[in-house]
Design a protein around this ligand. Structure first.
Ligand code: NAG
Ligand code: NAG
Ligand code: NAG
Ligand code: NAG
Ligand code: NAG
Ligand code: NAG
Ligand code: NAG
Ligand code: NAG
Ligand code: NAG
Ligand code: NAG
Ligand code: NAG
Length: 404
């Protein structure tokens, strides 16, 4: 039994060090960031892969005067009815500890040193890609416009079977401490739609993208969409309409249109009431929620990498359009509403269109998560027993919030 375990560990270790895209990851330092210890869980319950990464901060928090915070990423591919689009959530909890013993009204009053006022602040945001759209640019406005451009085909991302694999690597931080970078690869059965998620225990660079320990990068790839023996048209899929409405195909298969382009539709949502969408950023590469101490959101690089059928890779423009979610039920707006069962939420519908004709391989990389908005480093360190107590409370409150 032990030998088997060792073998498995050895296998994992070998696989990690030979891993594919680890070479583009480098340790980085961000002044206000922290180290995190992520606890990872993956599941394949009833063939629906999912993962969660629960990262408790070590020694300090990204929020001023706070001892510990938790950053949590959750990815799912199914709901109970098996009709969910893949969705990725970021939750952030911080605890404000006040040992100013004003709180002495408790009943037994025996261990007064355990009385702390604890404030939990919470940020919750989600990203849900819903369709790959194949379109013809008909209206001379850059990018795909629903109603303006012709839809040539699509892939419904809720009707795919997914697989998930996990990989990890240890890096040494700038302070000499080691941390772990995790990578999760999710792909449809035919590998046409792929997502690679990066989560790190300390700030890193992944290629040109800076990532804090509470952000996650997602490489979204569309590969061999135009090969009809790979992207096979679903049985009984009657796609003759130019609308996406009332159609029930997992994939329509590719069209033969020589001017065909691709786009990805998605939703970004939050249930935070106190935080507003930052509408000021007109560059359209970012949707940001800001409170005083952390800014959370969703951002993307405005170029995507494309490989043509001769194997030549170039960068192309990503045209993005962000609008209110409510008019886009055809694209899954009701599903994002459903995943925020507890009433209030705000959401945006995002179209990312890729300025390339019939690309073979296409990779785009949005970033989800948070970042400290402190302007001076918070250096409060805490006794380890307090940290353990607080992390327990964090997980507990998390569990409670998930149950409610
Ligand atoms: C996940 O479950 C599906 C269906 O039950 C199975 O075909 C697949 O091999 C499983 N994947 C892993 C990694 O176990
Ligand atoms: C809280 O207690 C610690 C020692 O237990 C002390 O160093 C710190 O200054 C106290 N903070 C406040 C706000 O009283
Ligand atoms: C401690 O409590 C007193 C009285 O409630 C208050 O005036 C003071 O600001 C508090 N100090 C801190 C650090 O919270
Ligand atoms: C603790 O409670 C007592 C009685 O209720 C009160 O007189 C005292 O001011 C309280 N102490 C603090 C620090 O609030
Ligand atoms: C950090 O990891 C390297 C291997 O990647 C190992 O040799 C080293 O001992 C580790 N250092 C600490 C402090 O754990
Ligand atoms: C399409 O995919 C099939 C199966 O992988 C492959 O044999 C074929 O060469 C591909 N066609 C093109 C045009 O790349
Ligand atoms: C996509 O799939 C969902 C269920 O998985 C379905 O409700 C929806 O109608 C489908 N949309 C299209 C355009 O096929
Ligand atoms: C595209 O062209 C091929 C070969 O001419 C044909 O077999 C296929 O049915 C066409 N596909 C569509 C969607 O028209
Ligand atoms: C918008 O983003 C692009 C690409 O990141 C950058 O080159 C450009 O300067 C930005 N424009 C503004 C107005 O921020
Ligand atoms: C597409 O990307 C995959 C993985 O990045 C690579 O193995 C493959 O060679 C690429 N295909 C083409 C046609 O560039
Ligand atoms: C963005 O999307 C909205 C809603 O579909 C549409 O009215 C508008 O024309 C689009 N703008 C651009 C520049 O694509």
């Amino acid at each position: 039994m032990k030998i088997l375990l060792c073998l498995i560990l050895l296998l994992i270790a070998t696989y990690s060090t030979n891993g594919k895209r680890w070479d583009k990851i480098k340790s980085n330092s961000l002044e206000h960031d922290v180290f995190r210890s992520y606890k990872i869980r993956t599941s394949n319950f009833s063939g629906c892969p999912s993962f969660s990464a629960n990262g408790v901060s070590i020694d300090k928090s990204i929020v001023k005067d706070v001892k510990v915070d938790t950053s949590m990423f959750n990815f799912q591919t199914c709901n109970k009815l098996g009709t969910q689009f893949p969705n990725y959530f970021f939750n952030f909890f911080s605890l404000e500890v006040n040992n100013n013993s004003t709180n002495n009204g408790s009943s037994d009053g025996s261990n007064s040193e355990d009385y702390h006022d604890i404030d939990i602040s919470k940020i919750s945001v989600g990203y849900m890609p819903t369709f790959i759209i194949e379109y013809a640019e008909n209206n001379n406005v850059d990018g795909f416009q629903y109603g303006g451009d012709e839809i040539l085909g699509y892939i419904n991302l809720s009707k795919q079977k997914y697989s998930l694999t996990k990989d990890q690597v240890q890096l040494e931080g700038n302070n000499g401490k080691n941390f772990t970078v995790y990578r999760f690869d999710v792909a449809t059965e035919n590998n046409v739609f792929q997502m690679a998620f990066y989560i790190s225990g300390a700030p890193i660079n992944v290629g040109d993208v800076k990532l804090s320990a509470e952000q996650s990068k997602v490489d979204v790839s569309i590969i061999n969409y135009y090969n009809e023996s790979i992207n096979v048209r679903s049985k009984n899929c009657l796609f003759d309409s130019k609308l996406i409405k009332n159609l029930n195909c997992a994939s329509t298969g590719p069209s033969n249109n020589t001017q065909s382009r691709l786009a990805i539709t998605s939703f970004f949502a939050t249930k935070s009431k106190t935080i507003d969408f930052d509408e000021k950023n007109k560059n359209d590469s970012k949707i940001q929620l800001k409170n005083e101490e952390i800014s959370a959101g969703f951002s993307w690089v405005t170029e995507a990498s494309v490989t043509d059928n001769k194997g030549v890779t170039t960068n192309v423009k990503v045209i993005s359009n962000t609008s209110d979610f409510s008019k886009f039920t055809d694209f899954g707006a009701l599903m994002i509403k459903e995943s925020f069962r507890n009433g209030f939420f705000q959401s945006k519908f995002i179209i990312h269109s890729f300025d390339s004709i019939r690309p073979n391989n296409l990779t785009h990389d949005p970033v989800l998560g948070g970042e400290s908005s402190l302007d001076s480093s918070s250096t409060s360190s805490s006794s380890s027993s307090l940290t353990i107590l607080l992390s327990f409370i964090v997980s507990l409150s998390l569990t409670i919030s998930l149950l409610i």
